[in-house]
Design a protein around this ligand. Sequence first.
Ligand code: FSO
Ligand code: SF4
Length: 547
Amino acid sequence: MFCNQCEQVAKGGGCIKIGTCGKKPEVAELQDLLIYSLKGLSLFAVEGRKNGISDPEVDKFTVDALFSTLTNVNFDPDYFVNLVTKSVELRERLKAKVSLNGGNVDSRDHAAEFIPAQSIEEMTKQGKATTITPNEVNADVSSLEQTTLYGLKGIAAYAYHAQTLGQTEDTVYAYIHEALSSMLNKDLTLEDWVKIALKCGEINLKAMEILDAANTGKYGHPVPTEVPLGAKKGNAILVSGHDLYDLEDILKQTEGKGINVYTHGEMLPTHGYPELKKYAHFYGHYGTAWQNQHKEFAQFPGSIVMTTNCLQKPHDSYKDNIFTCGVVGWPGINHIQDHDFAPAINRALELPGFSEDVPGKTVMTGFARNAVMGVADKVIDAVKGGDIRHFFLVAGCDGAKPGRNYYTEFVEKVPEDCIVLTLACGKFRFFDKDLGNIGGIPRLLDIGQCNDAYSAIQIALALSKAFGVGVNELPLSMVLSWYEQKAVSILLTLLYLGVKDIRLGPTLPSFLSPNVLDFLVKNYEIKPITTPDEDLAAILKENAVEA
Ligand code: FSO
Ligand code: SF4
């Protein structure tokens, strides 16, 4: 196996024996075969669109399949065997349709013709033959191709959640197919790949926009909401991952059953949505970020539902209590079918639940774009009056590496006349700190999930409009942490928008070649994080000079 798609990659720039995430070689190679089959399928999806044919099943399948290969989503070899088989079936069906409509289906590319082997062992061998390792001869093209593939996985995650709520956009599907099929074209130049990678950022913005429309359209705009971190006596279900629709189903299906519903990890911001918070048994938040799940899930006295990433190998102590759904999977772990959460609900009723109320702190969430823009006048006055000196967007993923303590320290050291905006699971490094407020505006504003990066972008664009300056001239600095591929797509979106001077950590992606990194440094002034003191001093000094 070779996998280098996330920040947890093994030393040397690739996981080659087993993934640090727990992904086994068999699964890695089946995922590689799936990606290869999607490239073949995409050749005909592109040709189909040229001839007025688009196939909604192919579009949805491509997104689901890509998302299932994102870090910490699915570890079940059988799942990937089925997806490869389905991908080839869809390819042949589409090929026939395109041919009937006068399209050219003469591609002799192996990806357009291969037939999956009958046994899992043989299929794994087929996958191994398609594994892509960084190409030393053409390192920069190979680096941009990988960046694009990982960006596509991020786009697929957003498109998946949007399509679950019935929101789709053909430009997103069309780009995914174009980019995947481009990966079979060995004649593309470095310039071509720069364009494809930046286009990935543009399309990701679209995917995030439709997700935002889907979430706010169905559940309302988030409002500032106080969320208990303690617990209530009674049976309990813990919902992790990112999917709002799954959560709504769980809330509906548990109503009147004496079960309290808790969020874990990236589900925390769901407490801010009016159409979700209206459920009286939607109680509070339990635990912190994904990498702490072994300890936190083992202690939770109810059942647990993992709606999307980030899943880790379930420990024996809670493996009978945890349920996966949608594209998530682990071999031998119960999987929810067709949104029927009865197995997880019944398990919650069998388990003891909380024997008494557990007192705890509370945290605030729900400062998404609508809430922040609602107080824009106040914010602008505070900046003009000198009460707010600077905004820091301290956002992104959490992870297990010790270097991530940088983000906790950074937020602790942000001067009192500055505001911290945050989103995604990295916030659990500081989410329960009381940073006070500036003239009634909280100094720590939780915009939402990593899936709500669109909201942060809209806030930045609205501020730049209000101040009559570009985003790069705002008193706003981005200090980002990355882990998996959604972060790659968001980074590409920020580059597409021309955002400069991003500080990125805890380490830089291993799939960026030295020249690609140099390009990003020269054109976008991307910087690796150093120390909180050094970075804060540098940011505030630059800002003071500009002011
Ligand atoms: Fe975190 Fe995991 Fe949301 Fe990521 S839970 S790390 S960016 O996969 O999805 O922020
Ligand atoms: Fe390694 Fe990350 Fe790939 Fe898992 S997803 S195999 S940790 S690079």
